[in-house]
Design a protein around this ligand. Structure first.
Ligand SMILES: *Cc1c(COP(=O)(O)O)cnc(C)c1O
Length: 457
């Protein structure tokens, strides 16, 4: 690859924004297991999901067959505000590492939400509007999803109710204010506004909340308020579908300059950015047209792929949501309070779980101090202040590049840089002050939450 010149930033033209999303499930032999009803344990049908989700999004959720799904024009137009996103040749990082590897990253932080989440938020808001709904509810942890959704709802004139995990609500007042700037209402979770919130507060007084708990509250409000539905920013098949715009652009940029990735790396919380980034590459792999090493990176303190169980589990703490078959630590699992690196969700996308189970991708976990070391190193080389979540991928990209230095291999590494870290300075501060610790759960601790998985078969 050293033989050809690639620009530092590969920008596609506006006309090269993909016109359709790619649905990797269409090319999977073993389809992801269906969502099942928590009471009957039967696969959920369209009608079962209607009280919770928007109609068109349910169709997308259930569609394992259609390879390409057209991007509606209003969504495409919104994409034009911040897409195509650049694929950057990390030449300053390569130089600093003195590696023969070629490193590229796809940067999704160039929009106000500061992350890739806007790619799906705008699609979900569009379908809600098309259906004539009044508004949507959701949860947010660190705040990126809530911000993305409030931007999308403002654009389409929808009401947006966000339940924000209490610890983030208190630690990230600026995130909250960004959401309110876009017109969303933001409630710290658990709250007294919902039955499930009141129950959680009664059972765990003083709890600072969790994503699973905020999901339960948002679903309760959506299903009990006429004209509202619930939307989710990760994990679901539909979200991976929308995020395929990341991978399609990456593939187009690579093809333009004859770049052939050997290794593709992404951080994995619920799996949406990784699922989107790898989608077209995984498609080639599934169809036997090409081969790639694909690596999911997760926090050592919330290791669903590497130490979880592949089983049906609840998507939320309140156990009101459908069950998904996925790698999970159990819906009662809450990462240690000192975990600052994001990616705190207990489960993982069913699609990625199936691909991982079938040996089509790898997973690894990294402790948070190593993640922040990589974040700081990257910031100093490439100028961008990365989100802690994204820095999991940076860590492993750097490690792979250093391996190439030892072996002299000239591999091409592509990783997803999902967002910026401006709202994560409390975590950076902890790291700089030497107060960040690596808490890795013991097998016994994980066994406790895993033993509470619902019995399905
Ligand atoms: C939400 C988020 C993630 C993790 O979510 P996935 O669904 O696993 O992609 C990663 N990076 C950033 C910046 C995020 O906001």
């Amino acid at each position: 690859m050293s033989k050809f010149e690639v620009p530092y930033k590969i920008y596609l033209d506006e006309a090269e924004i993909p016109k359709s999303w790619y649905n990797v499930r269409a090319d999977m032999k073993n389809k992801p297991a269906p969502l099942i009803h928590p009471g009957t344990l039967q696969p959920l049908k369209f009608e079962d999901m209607q009280p919770i989700f928007c109609d068109e999004l349910i169709r997308q959720e259930l569609d394992n067959e259609t390879q390409y799904i057209p991007i509606p024009e209003p969504v495409y137009n919104f994409y034009k505000m911040y897409r195509p996103s650049p694929l950057t040749h990390a030449e300053f990082l390569e130089k600093a590492l003195d590696t023969p590897a070629h490193i590229f990253y796809k940067f999704e932080g160039n929009n106000t939400s500061g992350s890739h989440k806007l790619n799906s938020a705008i699609a979900q808001a569009y379908y809600a509007k098309e259906q004539g709904l009044k508004g949507v509810t959701t949860e947010t942890g660190a705040g990126q999803w809530g911000t993305a959704l409030s931007m999308a709802c403002a654009y389409f004139g929808l009401d947006c109710k966000v339940f924000m995990v209490k610890v983030s609500y208190e630690q990230k007042p600026f995130r909250r204010e960004v959401m309110r700037t876009y017109g969303a209402s933001v409630t710290p979770s658990p709250s007294m506004d919902t039955a499930i919130g009141r129950k959680i507060l009664e059972d765990h007084p003083g709890t600072t909340g969790s994503l699973g708990c905020a999901i339960s509250e948002a679903v309760e409000v959506a299903t009990s308020t006429p004209g509202y539905r619930y939307v989710l920013g990760s994990v679901l098949n539909q979200v991976l579908l929308h995020q395929s715009v990341i991978g399609l652009e990456t593939k187009a940029a690579c093809d333009k300059y004859g770049i052939k990735p050997d290794v593709i790396i992404g951080c994995a919380g619920g799996g949406s950015n990784l699922g989107g980034l790898i989608a077209p590459f995984m498609g080639e792999k599934l169809r036997g047209e090409a081969d790639y090493r694909i690596i999911a990176v997760e926090p050592a303190s919330c290791p669903s792929f590497t130490r979880g169980k592949f089983a049906y589990d609840f998507c939320d703490t309140g156990m009101v949501c459908p069950l998904a078959k996925m790698y999970t630590l159990g819906s009662g699992f809450i990462p240690a309070p000192n975990h600052a690196g994001g990616l705190r969700y207990h489960g993982m996308s069913s699609t990625l779980s199936q691909l991982y189970h079938d040996g089509l991708m790898e997973a690894t976990s990294v402790p948070q101090t190593k993640v922040f070391e990589a974040a700081e190193y990257f910031a100093r080389c490439e100028g961008i202040l990365p989100a802690p979540e994204s820095s999991h991928a940076i860590r492993v990209a750097i490690d792979e590049a250093l391996k190439c230095k030892e072996t002299g291999e000239e591999k091409t590494i592509v990783f997803g840089l999902t967002g910026t870290g401006y709202f994560d300075m409390v975590a950076y501060e902890k790291f700089h002050d030497g107060k960040m610790e690596d808490y890795i759960p013991t097998d016994e601790e994980l066994a406790v939450s895993i033993s509470k998985l619902p019995v399905v078969d």
